[in-house]
Ligand binder design. Sequence first.
Ligand code: PMP
Length: 354
Amino acid sequence: MSKFLSKKYINLAPYTPGEQPKNRKYVKLNTNESPFSPSKKALSLAKKALKTLNLYCDPEFTNLKKVASIEFNVGEENLIFSNGSDEVLNYAFMAYCDDKTPAVFADITYGFYKVFAEVNNVPYETVPLKEDFSLDIKSLCEKKGTLFIANPNAPTGIALTLDEIEKILKSRKSRMVIIDEAYIDFGGESAVSLIDKYDNLLVTQTFSKSRQMAGARLGIGFANSKVIDDLNRIRYSLNPYNVNATTQALGIGSLQDKKYFEKTKTEIIENREYLTNQLKSLGFTLTNSKANFVFAKTDKISGKDLYLSLKERGVLVRYFDKPRISDYNRITVGNKQEINKLLIEIKDILENIK
Ligand code: PMP
C-alpha cells in the first residue's frame, strides 16, 4: 500500500477469487466455470466483430438487447448488460444502499456482497442461514434494508422456490430485492417472470456459467424500466462502454444457439447427479445443490486436508476457511473425465488415511 492511498480504502479487504495457479496443469473444479468451449455460433459472430474494433462498442447494446428480449420474453427496456454480473450487482449496491438503507444478505453467501458494501462505504447486516443452510426467510423479511439473495445460493447450491421469492418481495414493498441468479439455469426457478409484477425486484444473471463465457465477462440485469434507468444512471457515470464489442457479439451468438445451451446445461445437471451419488457412496454428506457445483463433507477427513491432498494430486476444489462451512469443499461439476479423476483421487486419499 502506498502512502497516497485514501483513508477510505485502507481497511478494505478485497474479494479473493478462486486460485488460478500456473505452476502445473490442474483439473480445475474450483471456480464454477463450464468445462465446455463457447458456442461455435458465438465464436463466429465474435470473429466478425473483431473487424470493427477500431470503433467504440454500442453503449445501448441495441442488437444484444433485441435478441435477449426475445429469448427471455421481456421488453428491451427491462434489460441492462454488464461486465460480468458482478458489475450489475455493484451498481445495485451503489443505487439502492446508503447510510439509512443497509445491504442485507445471508451470513453464508457470495463473498463479493460484503466487499461491494465495503468499497461503496454502505452499512451491511447478515442474517444467519438456518442449521441446514436454508435461508431464514422470516428473519430476512423482518430486516429493513436492501436484500441481496443468491438463488441458488453459493456455496451451498440450495435454491428458493418462486413462492418463497414472492413472499420476500411482498414482505416490504418499499425496499429493493436483488435476486442473483448466477446459477439459475442448472435447476432453479427464475424470478425474471416476476419483474412486471414487482417494481422492487432486480434479477441478475451471468453468461459465465451455463453459457461458457466466464472469460468474456457478460452479465445481465432484468427489472422494470425505472430500475433499469437507475442502473444506467450509474453505468453512464462510470463506463458507458462497459461491455466490449466482441463480448456483445458473443452474447448474441450464445443466446441464438439454444441447442448448445440446452445440451451443455443438461449434461452438467446429469453430471451433478452422478457426482452427488458417487460422493454419497463414498460416505459424503451433500447439500441439495441446484447449481453447477456440489458442496460436500465427510467425517473421514477435514475439509482443509481434503482440499490440500487433492491439490497435491492435481485437482483444484474450493475450500472456505470460514466458520460453519470449514468442513466442506465446493466442487465444480466438470465433464465426466474430470469427475472420474476427482473420484479416483478422493478414493485413494480416503484409503490412505492412517
Ligand atoms: N453471483 C454469484 C453467486 C457468483 O458465484 C458469481 C461468480 N463468482 C457471480 C455472481 C459473478 O459472476 P460473473 O461476474 O462472472 O458474472
